[in-house]
Design a protein around this ligand. Sequence first.
Ligand code: NIG
Ligand code: FE
Length: 433
Amino acid sequence: MIDLLISPCRQVVGLAGDNAKPRRGQALSDLGLIEHGAVGISVANGTIEYVGPVADLDSSLLSASCPVLDAANCVVMPGFVDSHTHLVFGGSRADEFFRRTRGETYQEISRSGGGINKTVQATRQTSGEDLFRSAQQRLLQLYNNGTTTVEIKSGYGLDFENELKMLEVISHLAEVSPGLILGTFLGAHFFPPEYKENRAGYVAEVIRQLEHVADHSLADFYDIFIDPLAFSRDEAEQIVAAAQYTSLALRLHADEFGDDGTAAWGVNQGALSCDHLGGIGPEGIAALAASDTVATLLPATMFFSGHGEYAPARKLIEAGCAVALASDLNPGSSLVYSLPLTMTLAALNMAMSAEECITACTINAAHALGLASLIGSLEQGKRADVIVLNVPHYEEIAYHVGCEIVRDVIIRGRVIKRNGGLVLQQLDRGLTA
Ligand code: NIG
Ligand code: FE
């Protein structure tokens, strides 16, 4: 039974089709577009009941006095899926933002006591309640920009107590928030100051934490930042070897600044997603293309940090890789809350088309989280995470910059944003319950 109808819609970007595997090649551009369409939702079940032309809708499926949202000049599409964020953190790194504008690099700032370890210090000093409150505010910004599913990493605690504190905050957000939230254990983000001279000791500590996290189901995934600034391949291998006996799926910060061979290695380890890839080389591209590991590109990081190369999206796509886009929201290299802006950056700096950008922020990002059977497209039976955009054509999503184009946000059938305003009463209830 349909008890919320969005009709008429100028364009429905449904992305229906063969979504069993992440999309690649031509399928990245197949938006399953329906002009003058309608989307019928069961609020009771939180699911999508109808997607198709207005003319084909069987009105006997509508409940009595079914509310109708008019989207005659709008694009209607699945909510955005942000598959790589560091949304929970303490403190601020605004000073580093301006140091970079005066010529210091992300790496230099990191080596001089700033960077990830600065956020580690602040996060350790912030209580779980305060971390929760600030993360909640950021989450509202994401909802406001049309993101309805968010992956969140730990990785600013870097000791047992504080990694667990972060994961508890993420679990609490997942419990009380309307949108789906997935948690990733990122103890292998960086070497904390107390282990600077004892790398082997910290790798052992990460393994100890990872086993605890898995035993107590405190996260869905684990992640490793493999980089000259962070973990070596050898260290990562030890962590992956320990994790193979757990249910945690692997995702990676891979080949961010250079070709370390991490993407190809990650494919061999069965990583769900390899992220960043600014430095990826031909072997990594070929390995990703021959696998179902998603190549998640984070153009907002280059934009914001001014460091590194944009990933070679055209080469990746032309080789046949399944590409996704994410924000990398974090206090140091990408305090970016918006996937529409991320799409703009992907178009301008990586020559991705409007269609590729949309697929990369929806169904392929859902694949990067292993959730493509539930979210990422508008198909009957899927979760009703639906957004209504104040633009008449999907090409305009990446085209408007600094303009709030998201008019309505519906999560699991519940209206979270209506006519441009967050429905705060409902949200307050949902978030602080
Ligand atoms: O994904 N690359 C490693 N980690 C983060 C940066 C985090 C920070 O600077 O606080 C990233 O870009
Ligand atoms: Fe990251």
